[in-house]
Design a protein around this ligand. Structure first.
Ligand code: C2E
Ligand code: MG
Ligand code: MG
Ligand code: MG
Length: 290
């Protein structure tokens, strides 16, 4: 299979590698057609106020319903989409879809009595993940304006999630985009906070509203208050800078308890709910928390 070339180098001809490359290529081709074939879906994970238990919004998470392979997770196709540039089309589709869904929830829920609702429909937000690539795109703000216009969405109900590296790849372009988004009262959230860029000083220079504490930190929370890792620090940073904090990946009652002790404002995770299809999400909104 592998022929020794000397100096420890191998000339590799591995048929399984060849198969893997072909699979990626096929996935790439399929992905390009996924939008027109309407194979992409958004699932919605509730974001909960850790004080009141109410739903403040949903994070929209894309899934691909592949005709042969079934439901494919974004971890498996977002990297391919980023490499090919197709991520732009996916993210703009997702933005449009999520804004349309939020408007639909607001219209549906307006007919319910408040006491049966687990949210305030007019305050409900939808969070959309944007890839780094889109965040350096000069046309992004124009595209967002188009979506807001088409869906008649109130910009205050839209949150955009971006990573630290998306900002730091092109800080000047990102800053200009973020200021335009802030002018429109769109909220900006730093996703996976604490895992990327190591300096905090950048935070001062960008109009950010929310820090999302990465799941890796939340999952390490134990029942012992002496072993809370970075979470207390991140919450304190948020408080000091007048930002909101969301804990992602809350899976246990102990984790929730510790976060409440630390005055973390918002959270999401399997403990409350997995990401849901839109109809299930509607049911979640109309089922009072016990
Ligand atoms: P993310 O934005 O950090 O999203 C959170 C991920 O954690 C989601 O995975 C969610 O399903 C998962 N999660 C939530 N609660 C829990 C929990 O309690 N335990 C565990 N183990 N996991 C939890 P998902 O849906 O597979 O998405 C993965 C990543 O793909 C996202 O991470 C985001 O970076 C990216 N992504 C998803 N949708 C989009 C999109 O429309 N556009 C772009 N550009 N990226 C997206
Ligand atoms: Mg996210
Ligand atoms: Mg995240
Ligand atoms: Mg994460």
């Amino acid at each position: 299979r592998a022929k020794l070339l000397g100096k420890g180098q191998y000339h590799v001809f591995d048929p399984t590698l060849h198969d893997a490359a072909l699979k990626v290529l096929q996935l790439e081709t399929d992905l390009r057609r996924s939008l027109e074939r309407q194979e992409l879906r958004l699932h919605y994970q509730p974001i909960i106020s850790l004080k009141t238990g109410k739903v403040v919004g949903f994070e929209a998470l894309v899934r691909w319903l592949h005709p042969q392979q079934g439901l494919i997770s974004p971890m498996a196709f977002i990297p391919i989409a980023e490499e090919t540039g197709f991520i732009r089309a996916i993210d703009l589709w997702g933005l449009h879809e999520a804004c349309g869904q939020l408007k639909q929830w607001q219209a549906q829920l307006a007919q319910n009595h408040d006491e049966y609702l687990r949210c305030d429909p007019q305050q409900l937000t939808v969070s959309v993940n944007l890839s780094a690539r889109l965040f350096a795109d000069a046309n992004l703000v124009w595209e967002i304006d188009r979506v807001l216009d088409a869906t008649q969405m109130n910009p205050q109900n839209l949150k955009l999630e971006i990573t630290e590296s998306a900002i730091m790849n092109h800080p000047q372009a990102a800053k200009e985009i973020m200021e335009k988004l802030r002018d429109r009262q769109i909220q900006l959230c730093i996703d996976d906070f604490g895992t990327g860029y190591s300096s905090l000083s950048y935070l001062h220079h960008f109009p950010v509203d929310t820090l999302k504490i990465d799941r890796s930190f939340v999952s390490r929370l134990t029942s012992s208050p002496h072993n809370l890792g970075l979470v207390p620090t991140i919450i304190k940073i948020a408080q000091t800078m007048n930002l909101r904090a969301i804990a992602e990946g809350i899976e246990t009652a102990e984790q929730l308890f510790q976060l409440q002790q630390l005055n973390c404002e918002l959270g999401q995770g399997y403990f409350f709910s997995r990401p849901l299809e839109s109809q299930q999400a509607t049911i979640f909104l109309t089922t009072p928390a016990v």
